[in-house]
Design a protein around this ligand. Structure first.
Ligand code: 3HC
Length: 290
């Protein structure tokens, strides 16, 4: 086992950041979450603690374990407070400028010269994100999947400048500490999973736009006909319409492939705030936003 990373930071506390914070807490780690403003900390905290409450309700965790885990969680709007972290996982919006700002700031504050800086990017190049730092050898991709507590996979992405040690530490963290499975991928647009998944999802949106079948039947086609755990439109609602739009857009920027062109319907849904489960409505209607 490569040397263990105990002091973990997570930057951003949306769906992915909150899920990563949750699995780190459940692995017994000390987790500090950086959010963009003090006002966001309350919402972020409610999200992570709410997930721990659900774990208690499902009897995956005792009340005492939940209290102990909550005591290891801390929120800050000040990057400087991440200074002593050994691993920081960035999970902010899929926007190159936002990622660059985070990595530049982390580079400035992390005092451990060996600290690992991981990005959860799913469509940008790790090498490009690493450019914002003075230590590109310490930057690696750790692409988690939604819902993070359930999906076993982490894609570990090594750029041409990521050191062997950084990649090994990221991999060991995912496998030995979080209990995930890892696949190793090159630093290319969409890595393995999104390079295959996003064209499929965009094709499903186009099919819906064209009225080939209604939303229920498109999804039933893939669940009943192919054994997928959920249909493509329900999956889009779960990932988040804004998130997938940004991912597909970034992939389109990096490729000539028209198949990842974002369909107009998806853009309209994102603009209208029909973001899927998180807003209560996407292709389908949900009782409450989650
Ligand atoms: N957080 C925590 N646990 C969750 C959860 C969540 N958001 N959603 C479901 N679960 C748990 C449930 O509590 C349940 O656990 P239990 O059996 O111990 O009680 C278990 O997962 C199964 O859930 P359900 O019985 O409610 O529902 P399903 O059996 O339909 O499973 C699913 C739900 C796990 C989401 C399943 O439908 C699935 O695997 N869907 C595909 C998800 C997928 O493809 N994810 C990848 C998205 S792509 C991505 O993230 C990349 C990005 O870059 C775009």
């Amino acid at each position: 086992m490569a040397d263990v990373l105990h002091r973990v930071g997570v930057v951003g506390c949306g769906t992915m950041g909150a899920g990563i914070a949750e699995v780190c807490l459940r692995a017994g780690l000390d987790v500090w979450v950086a959010v963009s403003s003090p006002g966001r900390a309350d919402r972020a905290s409610a999200r992570v603690l709410g997930a721990l409450d659900r774990a208690v309700a499902k009897e995956r965790m005792s009340v005492e374990e939940r209290e102990e885990a909550a005591g290891r969680l801390r929120f800050t709007a000040d990057f400087a407070e991440l200074a002593d972290r050994q691993l920081v996982v960035e999970a902010v919006a899929e926007d190159p400028d936002a990622k660059h700002r985070v990595f530049k700031a982390l580079d400035g504050v992390l005092t451990d010269p060996d600290a690992v800086m991981a990005s959860t990017t799913s469509s940008l190049l790790v090498a490009d994100i690493a450019e914002a730092t003075s230590r590109p050898e310490a930057v690696v991709g750790m692409h988690f999947f939604n819902p993070v507590p359930v999906m076993p996979l982490v894609e570990v992405v090594r750029s041409a400048r990521t050191s062997e040690r950084t990649a090994a530490r990221a991999e060991s963290f995912a496998v030995d500490v979080l209990g995930k499975e890892v696949i190793r991928t090159q630093d290319r647009c969409g890595f393995v999973v999104n390079a295959l998944l996003v064209p499929y999802l965009m094709a499903a949106v186009r099919m819906y736009e064209q009225g080939v079948a209604d939303a229920e039947d498109i999804d039933r086609g893939m669940t009943l006909g192919c054994g997928y755990p959920m249909g493509p439109l329900a999956l889009l609602d779960m990932i988040g319409i804004d998130t997938i739009t940004a991912v597909a857009h970034a992939m389109r920027e990096n490729s000539d492939d028209l198949i990842v062109e974002v369909p107009p319907l998806l853009i309209r849904m994102a603009e209208d705030g029909r973001l899927g489960r998180k807003s209560g409505r996407g292709f389908f209607q949900y009782d409450e936003a989650s």
